[in-house]
Design a protein around this ligand. Sequence first.
Ligand SMILES: Cc1cc2nc3c(=O)[nH]c(=O)nc-3n(C[C@H](O)[C@H](O)[C@H](O)COP(=O)(O)OP(=O)(O)OC[C@H]3O[C@@H](n4cnc5c(N)ncnc54)[C@H](O)[C@@H]3O)c2cc1C
Ligand code: SF4
Length: 766
Amino acid sequence: MRDRYDALVIGSGFGGAVAACRLAQAGQRVGILERGRRYALGTFPRDWSNPRNGWLYQHDQGLFDVRPVNEMTIVQGAAYGGGSHIYANVHLRMPPDAFADGWPRGYDRASLDPYYDLVAWMLDLNTVSADQPFGVPAKTARTREAAGRMGRGGQFVLTPLAVDFGDPYTLRANKFGAQQYGCRHTGECDIGCNFQAKNTLDLNYLTVAERHGAQVGTRCEVTRITPTHDGGYEVLFIDHEAGGAERRTTAPVVVLAAGAVNTTELLLRCRNQYGTLPRMSSMLGHRYSGNGDYLGFAFGTDLPMEPSSGPTITSGIVHDRGTGAARRWFIFQEGGFPREIAGLLQLIDEGDDRLTGLHRTQDEVLKGIREAARGRIGEEKDGEHSAVFLAMGRDTADGRISLVPVTHDLRVTWNLTRNLGLYESEERFCNDIAEALGGRTAANPLWRALRLPVSVHNLGGCVMADGPSRGVVDARGEMFGHPGLFVMDGGCLPASTGVNPSHTIAAVAERNVEALIRRITGQPRWTAPEREHAVPVADPLDSVRIPVGGTPAPSAPGTGLRFTETMHGRLRRPEDPDHRAETETSFRVTVTAPVLADFLDDATHPMTAGGIVHVPGITPAEGAQVAGGAVNLLVAGDDRDSRKMIYTLPFFGQDGHPYLLDGVKDVRDHGRFDVWGSTTTLHTRVRRGSTPDAPVVLSGDLRLGALDFTRQLTTVRITETANTLWQAGALARFGLFFAGSLWDVFVRPKLPVPLSLPSAHRGGVR
Ligand SMILES: Cc1cc2nc3c(=O)[nH]c(=O)nc-3n(C[C@H](O)[C@H](O)[C@H](O)COP(=O)(O)OP(=O)(O)OC[C@H]3O[C@@H](n4cnc5c(N)ncnc54)[C@H](O)[C@@H]3O)c2cc1C
Ligand code: SF4
């Protein structure tokens, strides 16, 4: 590497490859520093007996960088070409409405589409099809059939893939001059394609970059960036190729593209540990997203899925249901795996304790996986009736990447609670599709044991924004406070993309590097030379039909909560103001939130209610069954400082007519701090008829007695999970929701400064 370049690019994944290619085409002297290795045709690791032999970055700069960081397990690629060597080749555009999730001004789908078209041309996107040498894989066909059986056929898509589906057995030059075979459907896309059938970045963008003079240092790990006196930057790196020697180089323009987590970590170290980039926004590390990733498996499917035949992912099903905080948007994708790990995956199905036991820590689970892998990986095992499921979706993107004070260890905090609704919907969807395929489902071990998400789609941490109070870089990727320093990888995306993100990372990099080149070359009309070839490409997601009211709710059960409530009181007839003939009325109902996360996220906090109502003179002596009852718990009241609990309990009287017992608990502070009275008094009406405007035959207050309340507490149950950790977590979430609502009514209005209990745990508040 030289001492000085016009532009230095750190990392060679989707952001870095685009930036390096365009800067080199624009005549800049470009240096690329990549910590991973360069892989020539047929050189990806295949020694299954030794995980250290080429697989892990931590051992001699292997291909995978797996980092367990507190509340998330992060998987990234390390290679010349970045994540493109281990990704599943899927390229989808962000749905237009996703740009409303905190993107800077000027960003929308229409303005990004030309750059998406350009990326599509560079990466030669195709879907699987019957006229290709290996045709449509079995798993693609099975997934399409299952979608139809689930009533989701209108949301099924074939995913565009950066894969060459031409002649599998003839090595030939692609349009950039790089050598490739066509795809042989080996299912090894996630461990590096030894036929160069994937259109990885080294075979297109980086080939062009090098042809235009870009110099590449592989196994060069950047550790520090320091401003220089002439307004540029000095970049310090460890040259592993040279035995770990420390080297430095400089440039007026530095593009960080080391991936969302690594770019953010590098910048945090420069600011907090070394103090070399002190003027960065305090938003550094904020707005991290794991893109709602959920990983699951299915075993024992009726028909063979043949998961090791075909590209790793070929198709998907969109789920879009609900509104506001309760909206669940995700895309399910069918996956595959190399034959050699079939034996390991079967251990999940066999209930091997190392993979399915309820371990206590992330380290213990990962140790269990490593031990199991030693025994089973590489063994010949039939996995034809199994499947891998991946779902990803629009999460809250409010995680945080930081350094632990003093030790400077990397820490990622992720608010599982606020994303549980999304994860649970994805999990239930996977359970549904496993059933539709005639199989049984299993979650990945980290999720099953600890509810720890695994993310392969890390985003954010140094996001684009309209100002430094919202983000770290401007809408063109340039850092606030440090001009000439750019972020052009997944780290600059302001929110989850919902879909697989590489297409958007590359398109945003195309757009931002174009603006940079126009500025530094003084050519205001500069565009990538390939723009003239790129034609508008149809987005398969545009053909997805979402029914009015959303796609069907998953039918598999989720973690829920129920309790039984008993209330008593005397009601009177409207024509009896003197209370001469009061009717002793009571009900005992079991109130259920079938999916707690949905209950918390839905602003109407709906629960179902079923049980018995006693209204002497109307119901028989043994009472009447409540059919289709509902309770809305602690919904917004008439003003900011009040809440309501609304009860709707329909039943049939002994006269055969429908009746309705409806009531409201008006939870507000009447100045007496009467928390007990307001949460246990139900202003009740009994109506002859089933609608809220039916005539009132009785009215008055029902109350929950102290003894009944004590009994009620003993009836609280968490449903659909035997895992005591999850039960405790669900109870805690419900408790915080309840306590938080009461705090907002009775305590917060009296405080001199607004102070809320952690809203993250209270649902419905975003
Ligand atoms: C198993 C798997 C499957 C996936 N499938 C898909 C898919 O089908 N579609 C999709 O869109 N996405 C997929 N992804 C995610 C995709 O790989 C990433 O979103 C994408 O690669 C991110 O692009 P990037 O430019 O932000 O960073 P990366 O592509 O990760 O590139 C960052 C590069 O920087 C290098 N680097 C890091 N630190 C340093 C340093 N200090 N010094 C020098 N170099 C450094 C890294 O080695 C890497 O090469 C998948 C990921 C995995 C793990
Ligand atoms: S299926 Fe096999 S041959 Fe085809 S792109 Fe993936 S790894 Fe390469």
